[in-house]
Design a protein around this ligand. Structure first.
Ligand code: NAP
Ligand code: MN
Length: 265
């Protein structure tokens, strides 16, 4: 069994990461940065997002475990006190693996020879390039659904539905549901312009394609990453064929985490 540890930069996280590595190596587990079986993150949900993007080309090989050194997170949902339990579970092969859906984003350009592909763990957002109104045609399952005018659109995964999507008034989706959610950012709605106004939850195999109407420049985010695109022909969002694997050493129900994060622990 091989593992790596990825830590947030603060002292508490760095010390905790050293403790994890020490305890794992003492039990005969091998520290390996390139193709580990387990990626253990120490910090917050942001730390796990960072680790996900570092290992996104090896998702079928690695399982993630997030230890939080601050408040309880959605991905970083284990405490520092549980390190011994984690080490024991790995040694004794007592881990369960759960898989969560991901989001694929693919950008096509007017220059047809170019294409960019991304995979998101939380969400991808799209806004206009200079802060003016974004105007795009929205096609769902290959049919024109609406012309969206407003600040932007957010496409989130189920596990990302508690992040940016929630601030936009989107629904919280259980990660066993293989779907993506499209949430509006400040759509313009009046007698001339009309959008649906509520979030859409779109199943697997149904792409959502945006086509620029006024400007073909956009600011996009993929989780914590920001990318500027110009000369865009279309942007496609769909539920990915890939999943992220999380290693669990005791059940940690999603709705319990939602309650403990947003209502009360
Ligand atoms: P950040 O600004 O530190 O993250 C914002 C907050 O979102 C942090 O408290 C973070 O937790 C939390 N978070 C991340 N993933 C989450 C999830 N799946 N469920 C619930 N909360 C979650 O930046 P970051 O740490 O690099 O995270 C990037 C994420 O920030 C983006 O993917 C986006 O979802 C979110 N964001 C939210 C808004 C908004 O709500 N208005 C705006 C921009 C970005 P930790 O403190 O544990 O890292
Ligand atoms: Mn953060």
């Amino acid at each position: 069994m091989k593992f790596t540890v990825i830590s947030r930069a603060d002292d508490h996280s760095k010390e905790t990461a050293q403790e994890v590595r020490f305890k794992m190596e003492k039990m005969g587990l091998l520290y390996e940065e390139e193709i580990p079986d387990f990626v253990i993150t120490v910090g917050g949900d942001g730390t796990l997002l960072y680790a996900f993007h570092r290992f996104k080309s090896k998702l079928d090989k690695v399982a993630f475990v997030g230890i939080h050194t601050g408040h309880l997170g959605f991905y970083a949902d284990w405490t520092v006190d549980e390190i011994d339990k984690l080490v024991n579970a790995i040694i004794n092969d007592h881990l369960q693996v759960v898989e969560y859906p991901l989001l694929d984003v693919s950008v096509s350009y007017l220059d047809a020879s170019r294409e960019m592909k991304y995979v998101a763990l939380n969400e991808a957002t799209i806004k206009s390039s200079v802060g003016n109104t974004m105007v795009v045609d929205v096609e769902v399952q290959n049919t024109l659904f609406e012309t969206f005018r407003g600040d932007g659109l957010c496409f989130s995964t189920p596990s990302g539905s508690t992040a940016y999507n929630k601030s936009l008034g989107g629904a919280i989706l259980h990660p066993t549901i293989s779907a993506m959610q499209m949430a509006e950012m400040a759509s313009i709605n009046n007698r001339v312009y009309r959008t649906i106004g509520s979030s859409l939850v779109i199943p697997k195999h149904q792409p959502c394609v945006l086509k620029p109407i006024n400007k073909n420049e956009f600011n996009m985010t993929v989780d914590h990453l920001h990318v500027f695109h110009s000369g865009v022909r279309s942007v496609e969002f769909r539920v990915s064929e890939k999943t992220i694997r999380f290693a669990r050493f005791r059940p940690h129900p999603f709705w319990k985490r939602v309650k403990e994060s947003f209502i009360t622990d």
